[in-house]
Design a protein around this ligand. Structure first.
Ligand code: GDP
Ligand code: MG
Length: 451
């Protein structure tokens, strides 16, 4: 998980509160020390850390415990709320729309190696999975291999990619493609970087900016900079007017907390985080969900957002609900497995399910290769409606009939049923890990924490 260490410390702190008998000054001091230590270890700026913990202390001291909350719950809620504020508060979504006359343009800027080109591909996948018509445009005219890189990324994703290896003038390249880009919903523009934010880079970004007037100018910045991200983000903000930030390489650094908090200070919201090298390793950033996950409360929002990419929105809502209720049949299982395959590795998703973070569950429970899925589709076609809705009724003689009818072996039919049972068991575990129940165990519910 991203920020594993920070998460562990904070989770430890929260459970310390939950375990304690009552809220004493000693507990509050310990809590504040724990949070300070955890954040400093994650390379958060000392001043920021102290102003955050001061705020927490002040609120605990001055605020009355709201009706219906215990003192402990109130304390956890304050920690949660202040950490959310610390990371930028509200999620600010990018407004891409389908079927407009002019495409929405996202321009990525940043230094060499920050992950611009990789992130262009990730964004292209993110939005095309959600049904948008996406095009990539390569305007990095400085790096010799840049055009090949983005072409390759576009090809592997099946996304139209516009490049020109001969032309060395970014603006000319842009104008030559402008007409062809009209049919797309979203155009993602990858630009050239430099070693540092030099005058000529600023000029180039300004020129490109003027020519393409993007809806979003996103700074791609590597999280391994830790708190040093602040000056870079501020410089870019001042000279290029960035509208948001994508923090990459969150997976490979213990300093991510420093980077995130540093970016939050600049007033340019973090829109996405990069959590790996693969095209799926991009998450929309929401301070609420992120802090919830850090504190071990799961991030249902992020999970549902992932699900949206694989299936449409209504289905996603439904899937989420049924998933959590542990209430589903074979058809649902099939749809879920298909969706899960599209969503990427299950292990990453598990972190996002409330109460599931860090829990060990059989990976095979929902992940199945595509070949097998196809076979199962045949098997399912041979099932009666009743059998599909109530797989438990499939006994030996039914299994034999199904095997014959679908051309599958008896073993395959059994395997499918077994998979269903396994998934159902997992769902039940999940049901037991219901966030509200979990919070009750910790001493009551926390209103507003789970929407
Ligand atoms: P650019 O110069 O800004 O275009 O950077 P690139 O997109 O070429 O990326 C530089 C390196 O960072 C590549 O090796 C990427 O695979 C790697 N990278 C980018 N984003 C991430 C991320 O979120 N996590 C990890 N681990 N590596 C990343
Ligand atoms: Mg690049």
């Amino acid at each position: 998980m991203v920020l594993e260490k920070l998460g562990e410390s904070l989770k430890g702190t929260i459970s310390k509160i939950a375990r304690s008998m009552f809220v004493s000054d000693k507990l509050i001091n310990e809590l504040v020390k724990d949070i300070q230590r955890a954040l400093l270890q994650s390379d958060v700026n000392v001043k920021l850390v102290f102003s955050l913990t001061q705020k927490i202390k002040d609120r605990i001291k001055n605020e009355e415990t709201p009706k219906g909350l215990s003192k402990k719950e109130h304390l956890i809620n304050i920690v949660y709320e202040e950490l959310v504020r610390f990371l930028g508060e509200e999620k600010k979504e990018i407004k891409v729309e389908k079927g407009r006359d002019e495409p929405f343009i996202i321009m990525l800027v940043g230094l060499f190696g920050s992950g611009k080109t990789t992130t262009s591909g990730k964004l292209a996948k993110y939005y095309s999975n959600r049904g948008f018509k996406v095009a990539l445009v390569g305007l990095d005219v400085h790096r010799p291999a840049a055009m090949d890189q983005i072409e390759q990324i576009g090809k592997s994703l099946g996304v139209r990619t516009f490049t020109n290896k001969e032309e060395k003038d970014a603006l000319r390249i842009w104008h030559s493609f402008k007409e062809s880009l009209k049919g797309f919903d979203l155009v993602i523009v990858d630009t050239a970087g430099r070693d540092a934010l030099s005058d000529d880079l600023i000029r180039e970004i300004e020129d490109v900016n003027k020519a393409i007037s993007p809806g979003e100018r996103l700074l791609v910045i590597s999280a391994d900079l830790g708190q040093a991200a602040q000056s870079q983000a501020e410089q870019f903000h001042k000279s290029c007017g960035i509208t948001g930030i994508i923090a990459t390489k969150m997976d490979g650094t213990a300093k991510a907390g420093g980077a995130l908090s540093a970016c939050a200070v600049t007033q340019a919201p973090i829109k996405f985080i990069g959590v790996g090298e693969k095209s799926d390793d991009l998450e929309q950033f929401s301070p609420k969900g992120f802090v919830g996950r850090l504190l071990g409360m799961g991030d249902l929002e992020a999970l549902l957002d992932k699900a949206k990419g694989a299936i449409d929105e209504e289905e996603a809502q439904d899937l989420g609900k049924r998933f959590l209720k542990g209430d589903f049949n074979l058809i649902d299982l099939y749809e879920q497995m298909e969706a899960m395959n599209k969503m990427g590795p299950l292990t990453k998703l598990i972190d996002m399910i409330p109460g599931f973070g860090g829990m060990k569950i059989p990976k095979e429970a929902l992940q199945v290769q595509e070949g097998k899925l196809k076979r199962w589709k045949f098997i399912m076609a041979s099932l009666t409606k009743e059998e599909l809705e109530e797989p438990e009724m499939i006994d030996k003689s039914r299994s034999e009939r199904i095997a014959k009818g679908s051309g599958a072996s008896l073993g395959e039919v059994r395997e499918l049923i077994k998979q269903y049972r396994q998934a159902k068991k997992m769902m039940r575990m999940l049901k037991g890990k219901d966030p509200e129940k979990m919070m009750k165990k910790m001493g009551g519910k926390l209103p507003g924490m789970f929407k």
